[in-house]
Design a protein around this ligand. Sequence first.
Ligand SMILES: Nc1nc2c(ncn2[C@@H]2O[C@H](COP(=O)(O)OP(=O)(O)OP(=O)(O)O)[C@@H](O)[C@H]2O)c(=O)[nH]1
Ligand SMILES: [Mg+2]
Length: 426
Amino acid sequence: MENAIAVGLILPEVTKTVAEEHLEELTRLIESAGARVATTLLGKRNAPDAATYVGKGKAEEIKSLVKRHDAQLVIFDDDLSPAQVRNLEKMMGPQTKVIDRSALILDIFASRAKTREARTQVELAQLEYMLPRLKRAWSHLERQAGSSGSGGAGGGARRGVGETQLELDRRIVRTRIARLKEELEKIEKQRDTQRKSRAAAFTVALVGYTNAGKSTLFNRLTQGETVAMDKLFATLDSKTQKIAHEMPRETVMVDTVGFIRKLPHHLVASFRSTMEEAVAADLVLHVIDASHPQYDEQREVGNEVLKELGVDSANVLEVYNKIDRLEEHFEIRRRDAAAVSALTGKNIDRLVEQIRGRERAGGEHVQLAIPHAESRLIAKLHEVAEVYEQSNDDDAVTFSAWVPNDSLHMFSEYVLSRVVNERRAS
Ligand SMILES: Nc1nc2c(ncn2[C@@H]2O[C@H](COP(=O)(O)OP(=O)(O)OP(=O)(O)O)[C@@H](O)[C@H]2O)c(=O)[nH]1
Ligand SMILES: [Mg+2]
């Protein structure tokens, strides 16, 4: 296992406590990546140093810590410029790698990515991160770009006249980036098709800070077996499963990748297609670890990402999780919120009731009689609604169905009666 030194900086805009907590999070990230944190170091400055980020004195201090702890990695809690990385690596010596928070997160994502979609997204983010930092030949990339796919514009390692090695490297990376983007577009189309096939179902997406308990809650509500771990970014792929409770409509849950503060910009962009699941959901459960000292900051990070993705806040329900860890009663100030323990199951029935309430508000249970001649409309009903019962009369088909509000107008002339406040019979 590699030894790492975690480095942070207290800048005027943050307090010492906050900086310490951020460094604590960095430590968890490093451990999640599979390295050991030998020691941490927190500097204090009015502004980052252009050459070394922490300043020359602190950099010397890091160097002696590297020696003392035999560290192979020095990891900074903020993004470093390519020049800062170069200067610091030169100081630390050839045995020590200097990386920043973004590179670390990209590493974790790369090691967790299992599906084609996640792998494509991570590779894209890595290349976008790498592009401005290229300085010498990337022979492994050359091989990748040359071997994947046939022909294509600029593919392979043909060097143009007067092109320097660096220009060539950049061209190879750009070509690969373009290909990955095409690939992602294809995957996104497939996802769209899958989503349309679930159009009649009510979809509930779980989003929130990493380690908040999304997968645990997913398992609790679906009786599924998604991996939940006390590790940051345990889940990378969104996963869908039917909810295991009785609902007015067919209801599916979607588990998604977690957020973290200062998430590398490229990563957010690359994981957009995965996160689209949250945007398309009828209801978004924003899971917050109420037992975390920074849960408020984590909630804010979640809100920012949701805003960036264009999720309507009216569709969001805040779920304060891990209340089993709290000694006092957890007071929720908002009405559209819940306080639960995904682990023990406390208040889960209440949460399910809240989800049900949202579902009920989103449509109506109606009895319909549609003439046989209206075969298109009947097909439409099967597409947008959940049909509970259906029977054939001489001149019409009668239905008992759940119809979402935005589709009701299509069927209004055939409504026989509305069923109020009755649970699904089956
Ligand atoms: N005490 C307690 N622990 C919980 C609860 N819910 C989840 N956990 C624990 O918190 C850790 C993270 O849970 P996950 O469900 O993997 O969290 P996640 O939000 O899916 O995390 P990522 O996939 O990494 O974003 C695990 O060790 C869970 O056992 C809870 O209600 N109470
Ligand atoms: Mg998870």
